[in-house]
Design a protein around this ligand. Structure first.
Ligand code: 2AM
Ligand code: CA
Length: 273
């Protein structure tokens, strides 16, 4: 974990967030090793994974609480805890739970910092690939010690996009919207991916790996950190109504400057709120 040393010159907020993510990551990596063994057991790794998830959240909560006792929290497992200040940590301790459960090494810890209603900092750590994505409003976006920029692709025909496939908890309307979005996008683009960890989809747009991304429905902790990353890497974002209530609507469309409008034109008409 070399990044810890390099991060010394980052802002106090980013340092606190990165340290919390690194600390929780150690347990997650150990538990991921166990999960790979448990695949063959009859009961499967289900309960083990939810314990791993809660342990990671507990570590992050304690670290952040110690560093900033007056800030509030919004956590996937623990829910909302009001703070005494206008700052709120928004935390997903294990994004990509399905991947983790199946022994697929594509998951992340996501920590965002909100001031009032605005996201001001984000850290997304993929502990298996040892990729630390972080950004702070006005300070740029980084992967480890490298500055990030969204891709420069200009044509839909060359573009690789990410989205999600609905799963059992989703209703017929969500499934229909998904199918319709496939119909309109697939004929025009180079490819589509569904990797299953929303925070990393944002990070990959910021890193220029994906040219764009859209998804609905999502929770605030899936998106909070990623929003700062995409914006600071020069990307554009809106909700799937075309507005800026991304956290409120639980929907996102993100892309580079060239493909933002073409992707909006294709995808937005599909989604009915
Ligand atoms: P989670 O792992 O934190 O629950 C992407 O579609 C998002 O949906 C993921 O970031 C993931 O967040 C969530 N999700 C929940 N259940 C899922 C499933 N069965 N398959 C894929 N994603 C799932
Ligand atoms: Ca998540």
């Amino acid at each position: 974990m070399v990044h810890q040393l390099r991060l010394v010159s980052r802002s106090p907020h980013l340092n606190v967030m990165c340290n919390a993510a690194f600390k929780a990551a150690r347990g997650l990596v150990r538990d991921f090793g166990e999960v790979e063994q448990l695949q063959v057991s009859r009961k499967g790794p289900g309960d083990f994974v939810s314990t791993a998830d809660k342990k990671a959240e507990d570590i992050i909560y304690k670290e952040l609480k110690k560093a900033r006792p007056s800030y509030g929290f919004l956590m996937e497992e623990g829910g909302k805890i009001e703070g005494e200040e206008e700052y709120t940590w928004i935390i997903d301790p294990l994004d990509g739970t399905s991947n983790f459960l199946h022994g697929i090494p594509h998951f992340a810890i996501s920590i965002g910092l909100q001031k009032g209603s605005e996201m001001i900092a984000g850290v997304i750590y993929d502990p298996i690939k040892d990729e630390l994505f972080y950004a702070e409003k006005g300070g740029g976006a980084f992967l480890n010690d490298r500055r990030l920029r969204v891709s420069g692709r200009q044509h839909m025909s060359e573009a690789l996009f990410s989205t999600a496939i609905p799963f059992a908890m989703h209703d017929a309307k969500t499934r229909a919207e998904f199918q319709k979005s496939m119909d309109v996008v697939i004929p025009l683009v180079a490819g589509l991916r569904r990797f299953g960890a929303a925070s990393l989809d944002f990070a990959y747009v910021a890193a220029g790996r994906f040219d764009g991304y859209w998804e609905r429905p999502l929770q605030p902790w899936d998106m909070a950190a990623g929003l700062v990353l995409v914006r600071e890497a020069g990307g554009y974002v809106c909700d799937l109504q075309g507005g800026d209530d991304i956290l409120g609507t639980g929907s996102i469309l993100a892309a580079n400057a060239f493909l933002y409008q073409p992707l909006k034109d294709l995808v937005l008409p599909v989604y009915k709120f």
